[in-house]
Design a protein around this ligand. Structure first.
Ligand code: TIU
Length: 221
Protein backbone atom coordinates (compact mmCIF):
# COMPACT_ATOMS: atom_id res chain seq x y z
CA UNK A 1 0.00 0.00 0.00
CA UNK A 2 1.32 3.42 -0.87
CA UNK A 3 1.82 5.72 2.02
CA UNK A 4 -0.46 8.72 2.23
CA UNK A 5 1.01 12.17 2.48
CA UNK A 6 -0.21 15.75 2.36
CA UNK A 7 1.76 18.25 0.31
CA UNK A 8 2.61 21.01 2.74
CA UNK A 9 5.19 23.51 3.91
CA UNK A 10 7.89 23.24 5.08
CA UNK A 11 7.77 19.62 3.81
CA UNK A 12 5.22 16.90 3.01
CA UNK A 13 3.45 15.29 5.96
CA UNK A 14 2.91 11.50 5.90
CA UNK A 15 -0.35 10.37 7.54
CA UNK A 16 -2.65 7.41 7.99
CA UNK A 17 -6.34 8.23 7.32
CA UNK A 18 -7.31 5.89 10.18
CA UNK A 19 -5.43 8.05 12.69
CA UNK A 20 -6.30 11.44 11.17
CA UNK A 21 -9.09 13.74 12.36
CA UNK A 22 -10.54 16.94 10.95
CA UNK A 23 -11.03 19.62 13.60
CA UNK A 24 -13.30 22.53 12.64
CA UNK A 25 -12.64 25.38 15.03
CA UNK A 26 -15.46 27.76 15.98
CA UNK A 27 -17.19 28.15 12.60
CA UNK A 28 -20.01 29.81 14.53
CA UNK A 29 -22.37 32.57 13.50
CA UNK A 30 -20.88 34.68 16.33
CA UNK A 31 -17.55 34.84 14.46
CA UNK A 32 -18.45 34.70 10.77
CA UNK A 33 -21.81 36.46 10.49
CA UNK A 34 -22.71 40.10 11.11
CA UNK A 35 -24.23 40.83 14.52
CA UNK A 36 -22.08 38.42 16.52
CA UNK A 37 -19.11 38.57 18.86
CA UNK A 38 -16.56 39.14 16.08
CA UNK A 39 -18.37 42.18 14.75
CA UNK A 40 -19.08 43.49 18.29
CA UNK A 41 -15.30 43.57 18.81
CA UNK A 42 -15.02 45.94 15.84
CA UNK A 43 -14.12 43.43 13.13
CA UNK A 44 -15.27 43.07 9.53
CA UNK A 45 -16.54 39.49 9.25
CA UNK A 46 -16.14 39.43 5.46
CA UNK A 47 -12.43 38.69 6.03
CA UNK A 48 -13.16 35.34 7.68
CA UNK A 49 -16.00 34.29 5.39
CA UNK A 50 -13.50 33.36 2.65
CA UNK A 51 -12.74 30.20 4.66
CA UNK A 52 -16.29 28.85 4.43
CA UNK A 53 -16.23 27.43 0.88
CA UNK A 54 -12.80 25.70 1.20
CA UNK A 55 -13.82 24.34 4.63
CA UNK A 56 -16.94 22.85 3.06
CA UNK A 57 -14.89 21.07 0.39
CA UNK A 58 -12.50 19.60 2.99
CA UNK A 59 -15.40 18.66 5.27
CA UNK A 60 -17.20 16.84 2.45
CA UNK A 61 -14.05 14.92 1.47
CA UNK A 62 -13.33 14.01 5.10
CA UNK A 63 -16.89 12.72 5.49
CA UNK A 64 -16.58 10.70 2.26
CA UNK A 65 -13.33 9.15 3.53
CA UNK A 66 -14.76 8.35 6.97
CA UNK A 67 -12.35 10.52 8.98
CA UNK A 68 -13.20 11.43 12.53
CA UNK A 69 -14.68 14.94 12.33
CA UNK A 70 -14.84 17.16 15.38
CA UNK A 71 -16.42 20.60 15.61
CA UNK A 72 -15.69 23.12 18.34
CA UNK A 73 -17.67 26.10 19.60
CA UNK A 74 -16.38 28.86 21.86
CA UNK A 75 -18.96 29.98 24.38
CA UNK A 76 -20.31 29.95 27.88
CA UNK A 77 -23.06 28.67 30.11
CA UNK A 78 -26.10 30.96 30.28
CA UNK A 79 -25.18 31.94 33.87
CA UNK A 80 -21.62 32.79 32.64
CA UNK A 81 -20.18 30.87 35.59
CA UNK A 82 -17.49 29.45 33.29
CA UNK A 83 -16.45 32.85 31.93
CA UNK A 84 -13.54 34.42 33.79
CA UNK A 85 -14.11 38.05 34.79
CA UNK A 86 -11.03 39.02 32.78
CA UNK A 87 -12.61 37.57 29.62
CA UNK A 88 -16.01 39.13 30.23
CA UNK A 89 -14.77 42.68 29.82
CA UNK A 90 -12.27 41.93 27.05
CA UNK A 91 -12.94 44.16 24.07
CA UNK A 92 -13.01 47.28 26.23
CA UNK A 93 -16.58 46.66 27.35
CA UNK A 94 -18.87 43.73 28.08
CA UNK A 95 -20.21 41.89 25.04
CA UNK A 96 -20.33 38.27 26.25
CA UNK A 97 -23.80 37.48 27.59
CA UNK A 98 -25.33 40.68 26.20
CA UNK A 99 -28.30 40.53 23.87
CA UNK A 100 -27.50 40.83 20.15
CA UNK A 101 -29.43 40.21 16.94
CA UNK A 102 -28.59 36.48 17.17
CA UNK A 103 -29.34 36.14 20.88
CA UNK A 104 -26.98 36.49 23.83
CA UNK A 105 -23.42 36.81 22.55
CA UNK A 106 -21.20 33.74 22.95
CA UNK A 107 -23.75 31.94 25.12
CA UNK A 108 -24.50 28.24 24.58
CA UNK A 109 -27.93 27.52 23.17
CA UNK A 110 -28.24 30.91 21.46
CA UNK A 111 -28.53 31.23 17.67
CA UNK A 112 -25.27 33.13 17.31
CA UNK A 113 -23.32 30.52 19.26
CA UNK A 114 -24.22 27.73 16.86
CA UNK A 115 -22.26 26.52 13.87
CA UNK A 116 -23.10 28.10 10.51
CA UNK A 117 -25.53 26.10 8.33
CA UNK A 118 -22.92 25.63 5.56
CA UNK A 119 -20.72 23.55 7.89
CA UNK A 120 -23.30 22.16 10.28
CA UNK A 121 -22.30 18.92 12.03
CA UNK A 122 -24.09 15.73 11.07
CA UNK A 123 -25.07 12.88 13.40
CA UNK A 124 -22.03 11.17 14.94
CA UNK A 125 -19.67 14.16 14.68
CA UNK A 126 -18.67 15.26 18.19
CA UNK A 127 -19.16 18.94 19.05
CA UNK A 128 -16.82 20.30 21.72
CA UNK A 129 -18.03 23.29 23.71
CA UNK A 130 -15.03 25.20 25.01
CA UNK A 131 -14.83 28.18 27.36
CA UNK A 132 -11.44 29.35 26.11
CA UNK A 133 -9.52 29.93 22.94
CA UNK A 134 -7.77 26.55 22.96
CA UNK A 135 -9.94 23.50 22.21
CA UNK A 136 -8.07 21.33 24.76
CA UNK A 137 -8.56 23.62 27.76
CA UNK A 138 -11.36 22.31 30.02
CA UNK A 139 -12.77 19.96 27.35
CA UNK A 140 -12.72 16.24 26.57
CA UNK A 141 -11.09 16.73 23.13
CA UNK A 142 -7.83 14.96 24.05
CA UNK A 143 -9.75 12.02 25.52
CA UNK A 144 -11.87 11.66 22.39
CA UNK A 145 -8.82 11.87 20.11
CA UNK A 146 -6.93 9.31 22.19
CA UNK A 147 -9.87 6.92 22.23
CA UNK A 148 -9.83 7.06 18.41
CA UNK A 149 -6.02 6.61 18.27
CA UNK A 150 -5.67 9.91 16.43
CA UNK A 151 -2.16 11.20 15.63
CA UNK A 152 -2.72 13.77 12.88
CA UNK A 153 -5.07 16.75 12.99
CA UNK A 154 -6.28 18.75 10.01
CA UNK A 155 -7.18 22.04 11.67
CA UNK A 156 -9.58 24.49 9.99
CA UNK A 157 -11.67 27.39 11.25
CA UNK A 158 -11.44 30.80 12.87
CA UNK A 159 -9.60 32.81 13.79
CA UNK A 160 -6.15 31.91 12.55
CA UNK A 161 -4.11 33.75 15.17
CA UNK A 162 -6.51 33.22 18.07
CA UNK A 163 -8.41 29.93 18.46
CA UNK A 164 -6.71 28.07 15.60
CA UNK A 165 -3.22 29.03 16.75
CA UNK A 166 -3.96 28.35 20.43
CA UNK A 167 -5.45 24.94 19.61
CA UNK A 168 -2.56 23.96 17.31
CA UNK A 169 -0.04 24.88 20.02
CA UNK A 170 -1.97 22.87 22.60
CA UNK A 171 -2.21 19.91 20.21
CA UNK A 172 1.49 20.02 19.34
CA UNK A 173 2.45 19.84 23.01
CA UNK A 174 0.19 16.80 23.38
CA UNK A 175 1.99 14.96 20.57
CA UNK A 176 -0.33 15.54 17.62
CA UNK A 177 0.93 16.50 14.17
CA UNK A 178 -1.18 19.40 12.91
CA UNK A 179 -1.70 20.51 9.34
CA UNK A 180 -3.49 23.76 8.59
CA UNK A 181 -4.97 24.36 5.13
CA UNK A 182 -4.37 28.10 4.81
CA UNK A 183 -7.52 28.86 2.80
CA UNK A 184 -9.62 27.01 5.42
CA UNK A 185 -8.64 29.37 8.24
CA UNK A 186 -9.56 33.02 8.54
CA UNK A 187 -8.49 36.13 10.39
CA UNK A 188 -10.03 39.60 10.64
CA UNK A 189 -6.48 40.91 10.02
CA UNK A 190 -4.73 39.96 6.75
CA UNK A 191 -1.27 40.53 8.24
CA UNK A 192 -2.08 38.26 11.21
CA UNK A 193 -3.28 35.57 8.78
CA UNK A 194 0.09 35.68 7.05
CA UNK A 195 2.27 35.71 10.14
CA UNK A 196 0.19 33.27 12.18
CA UNK A 197 0.69 30.71 9.42
CA UNK A 198 4.39 31.52 9.05
CA UNK A 199 4.90 31.04 12.79
CA UNK A 200 3.43 27.54 12.63
CA UNK A 201 5.61 26.23 9.81
CA UNK A 202 8.85 28.08 10.62
CA UNK A 203 11.93 26.31 12.01
CA UNK A 204 11.12 23.02 10.24
CA UNK A 205 7.42 22.89 11.29
CA UNK A 206 8.05 24.07 14.83
CA UNK A 207 4.46 23.35 15.75
CA UNK A 208 2.75 22.36 12.52
CA UNK A 209 2.48 22.19 8.73
CA UNK A 210 0.72 24.63 6.40
CA UNK A 211 -1.11 23.39 3.33
CA UNK A 212 -4.28 24.25 1.40
CA UNK A 213 -7.71 22.72 0.72
CA UNK A 214 -6.76 21.29 -2.69
CA UNK A 215 -3.70 19.51 -1.25
CA UNK A 216 -5.70 18.10 1.66
CA UNK A 217 -8.37 16.79 -0.73
CA UNK A 218 -5.71 15.36 -3.08
CA UNK A 219 -3.95 13.70 -0.12
CA UNK A 220 -7.19 12.06 1.04
CA UNK A 221 -7.95 10.57 -2.38
N1 TIU B 1 -11.55 37.53 18.41
C1 TIU B 1 -10.97 36.55 17.72
O1 TIU B 1 -10.20 36.78 16.79
N2 TIU B 1 -11.24 35.25 18.01
C2 TIU B 1 -11.94 34.79 19.09
O2 TIU B 1 -12.32 35.52 19.99
N3 TIU B 1 -12.21 33.43 19.11
C3 TIU B 1 -11.83 32.55 18.11
O3 TIU B 1 -10.83 32.74 17.43
N4 TIU B 1 -12.62 31.49 17.91
Amino acid sequence: MTQHQFQAEPFALPFDPASTALVMIDMQRDFVEPGGFGEALGNDVSFVRTAIAPCKLVLEKAREKGLLIIHTREGHRPDLSDCPAAKLTRGGQTFIGEKGPMGRILVRGEQGHDIIPELYPIAGEPVIDKPGKGAFYQTDLHLILQNHNIKTLIVCGVTTEVCVNTTVREANDRGYECIIPQDCVGSYFPEFQKYALEMIKAQGAIFGWVSNADAIIAGLK
